[in-house]
Design a protein around this ligand. Structure first.
Ligand code: NAD
Length: 328
C-alpha cells in the first residue's frame, strides 16, 4: 500500500485526490494547501488531515509519495518549492505539468530525484490513454516501421494573458511529450508565433522539430480555439503505415502502407474512457503501480524536462529567428 498526499487542492489537486482515493493500492493520508478554505472541505470530504504548510505535513505524516498540483507563473512557477521539499524529505513525486516554467528549476528537480534515488513523474496525462497504448503497440510490433514524420496539433481556449510565453510553457508539455513518445528525443527546433487580435501572449505557434533519429515533426498550437470541438490530433507516419489519434482518446486509425484496409479503434461507449478526467486516473494509477514496483516511471521527470527544453528552444528560435539545438 502506497501512502500518498496531495499538495495544492485547486481544481486539478482535487482530481488527483479523487483518483488516489479510488486506487486500491494507494492510501490517501493527508492534503495540503496554503489556503485553508481550499483544503479544509476536501480534507473533510476524504476524512484525512489538512495541512497549510508542506514541511509540517512531511514531518508529521508517514508518506511515500506526493502529487504536487500547485500552479503559479505559467502554471508551473509554484511547483519547485513543494516538489523539492518532498524530494529532500525522501518522497517520490508526481508533479503537474509543466514540471516547472523555469528550466533551471526543472533541471534541478530531475537532478535531485536522481541523486537521491527517488522517482519523479510528471502528469503528462495526454499519452495515458488506450488509444495511445494501442498506437504504441503498433509501433513496438513493427507495424508502423521507422518513424518518418509526426504531425501534432493541440488547440484549446485559454484567455490567460499573464505572460508572453504562457501558451508555450503552460500547454505544450503535453503535445511535445506525445510527439517524443512516438518520435523519440528531439534535437532541433524552429518556431513561428502569432498573437490573436487583442492578445498580448503568443497564443498561436507553429513549431518544427527534427528528432534525433532524423525524422521530422510539426506542432500547431493555439490558446484561441474552441472547447466544443476536438482539442488534439496526433498523426505519426512510419515506413510501414501511418496512424492518427483523434482527440486524445476518441479514435485511433491506422493506415497500412501496403493495404487498402485500415484499422479503426473507437473509444467504446461501454468500458471506454468517459471523459478527459479519466486520463488523470490512468496516469495516477500507473504512477502508483510503478512507484510500488520501484520504477522506472512512464512520463518521468526526465521526459517532462525534455519537453520543456524543446519549448525553451522554440521560444529562443522565435525571439532570435534561429534554428535551435536542444537536448529534448
Ligand atoms: N494535466 C492536465 O491535463 C492539466 C490540466 C489543467 C491544469 N493542469 C495543471 O495543474 C496545476 C494546478 O492547476 P489548478 O488549476 O488546479 O491551479 P489552482 O490555482 O486552482 O490550484 C493550485 C493550488 O495550489 C496551492 N498552492 C500553491 N503553492 C502552494 C504551496 N507551496 N503549498 C501548498 N499549496 C500551494 C494554491 O493555494 C492553490 O489552491 C497547474 O500546474 C496546471 O498546469 C494540468
Amino acid at each position: 500500500m502506497l501512502n500518498v498526499a496531495v499538495i495544492g487542492t485547486g481544481n486539478i489537486g482535487k482530481i488527483h485526490t479523487n483518483w488516489y482515493a479510488q486506487n486500491p493500492n494507494a492510501k490517501l493520508v493527508a492534503l495540503c494547501d496554503m489556503i485553508p478554505e481550499s483544503v479544509d472541505p476536501v480534507a473533510q470530504q476524504y476524512g484525512v488531515p489538512a495541512y497549510y504548510d508542506v514541511e509540517q505535513m512531511l514531518a508529521k505524516e508517514e508518506i511515500d509519495a506526493v502529487s504536487v498540483a500547485t500552479a503559479g507563473e505559467e502554471n508551473g512557477g509554484h511547483h519547485y518549492e513543494p516538489a523539492m521539499a518532498a524530494l529532500r524529505a525522501g518522497k517520490h513525486v508526481l508533479v503537474e505539468k509543466p514540471i516547472s516554467n523555469n528550466i533551471e528549476h526543472a533541471r534541478e528537480l530531475v537532478r535531485t530525484a536522481k541523486e537521491n534515488g527517488l522517482l519523479l513523474g510528471v502528469n503528462l496525462n495526454h499519452r495515458f490513454t488506450p488509444a495511445a497504448a494501442r498506437a504504441k503497440q503498433l509501433q513496438t510490433d513493427g507495424q508502423l516501421g521507422d518513424v518518418l514524420f509526426v504531425n501534432m496539433a493541440l488547440w484549446i481556449n485559454n484567455p490567460n494573458e499573464s505572460s508572453p510565453w504562457f501558451h508555450m510553457r503552460a500547454l505544450h508539455s503535453h503535445s511535445i511529450d506525445v510527439m517524443r513518445y512516438f518520435g523519440g528525443p528531439i534535437r532541433r527546433v524552429q518556431a513561428f508565433m502569432h498573437k490573436a487580435p487583442g492578445r498580448n501572449t503568443w497564443s498561436n505557434a507553429s513549431v518544427n522539430v527534427q528528432f534525433a533519429s532524423g525524422a521530422v515533426g510539426h506542432l500547431t498550437g493555439s490558446y484561441d480555439a474552441s472547447m466544443h470541438h476536438p482539442i488534439e490530433r496526433c498523426e505519426v507516419a512510419g515506413a510501414n503505415g501511418r496512424f492518427v489519434i483523434e482527440n486524445v482518446y476518441q479514435r485511433l486509425e491506422f493506415f497500412p502502407r501496403k493495404s487498402p484496409e485500415k484499422l479503426v479503434v473507437e473509444n467504446p461507449i461501454m468500458g471506454g474512457m468517459g471523459n478527459f478526467n479519466e486520463t488523470f486516473k490512468n496516469r495516477i494509477d500507473r504512477f502508483v503501480e510503478q512507484v510500488a514496483a520501484g520504477g522506472p516511471l512512464d512520463g518521468s521527470g526526465e521526459e517532462g524536462l525534455a519537453a520543456q527544453e524543446v519549448i525553451e528552444g522554440a521560444i529562443r528560435s522565435w525571439e532570435n529567428g534561429t534554428i535551435e539545438e536542444v537536448n529534448g
